[in-house]
Design a protein around this ligand. Structure first.
Ligand SMILES: C[S@@+](CC[C@H](N)C(=O)[O-])C[C@H]1O[C@@H](n2cnc3c(N)ncnc32)[C@H](O)[C@@H]1O
Length: 212
């Protein structure tokens, strides 16, 4: 996916991926990561997800990265917060207490800019990326975070019926990206009501990844 694909989606408000409420897998399974209050959680490709606010309300710190500045301005508006905005190399940094959001390309983000994180929450991030980008994404995520544990949410469906995004990321692919780094545990597999985009039967799958 070119950056222009996503900028165009945000400009036109074509954001069917935005849930408008905390993700069901996050609510059901986040605590199984066993994190202390005040932990710092990284949300790659965060959009304006309500999951950021949900984590903040539970006393965590959050750090995200998102290509679209439109999304991030809407995120801060939704939360009623006024960020301090600074340049951070190729990125922009939007900050309030307990929340750091970088605007720009995930692959331009360095571990020094990100800082230490205790866990990763990947919802609609890996599945937003095409197959050829996903190995680089997984490697970058591990390098950025020193292999922080993850709550990972994927879709599984017949990719021949529907083009992504969101892409199907089957269990074997999760293994291929992460088995050398993490212990991988399936947490839940829930059918998508009415099918994905109403076109194909799909499962919404949650995984816990902890250091091997
Ligand atoms: C499917 S959306 C998911 C957003 C969010 N995780 C959620 O659950 O609502 C994927 C997001 O990734 C952003 N994105 C795509 N490629 C990116 C990249 N290379 N770096 C940072 N953000 C990116 C897009 O702008 C889009 O908002």
């Amino acid at each position: 996916m070119e950056a222009s694909f996503w900028h165009d989606k945000w400009a036109k408000g074509e954001i069917g991926f935005h849930e408008g409420q905390p993700n069901a897998h996050l609510v059901a399974h986040f605590d199984t990561l066993g994190l202390a209050a005040g932990s710092r959680i990284f949300l790659p490709l965060c959009g304006k997800s309500g999951d950021l606010g949900w984590l903040l309300e539970r006393g965590h710190q959050v750090v995200g990265i998102e290509l679209s500045e439109v999304a991030i301005r809407q995120l801060f508006d939704d939360l009623g917060l006024e960020p301090a905005i600074t340049e951070a190399g190729a990125l922009k940094h939007f900050a309030v207490e307990d929340m750091d959001i970088f605007v720009g390309d995930l692959f331009a983000l360095t571990p020094e800019q990100l800082g230490p994180v205790d866990a990763i929450y990947d919802r609609a991030a890996m599945v937003a990326l095409p197959p050829q980008t996903r190995p680089r994404y997984a490697e970058h995520l591990v390098a950025l975070t020193a292999a922080a544990p993850q709550l990972l949410v994927t879709f599984e469906y017949d990719q021949t019926v529907l083009e992504g995004p969101p892409f199907s990321v089957p269990a074997a692919e999760v293994e291929a990206h992460y088995a050398s780094t993490y212990r991988i545990e399936p947490l839940a597999k829930v059918p998508v009501k009415g099918g994905l985009k109403g076109k194909v039967a799909a499962d919404d799958v949650a995984w816990r990844l902890t250091r091997a």
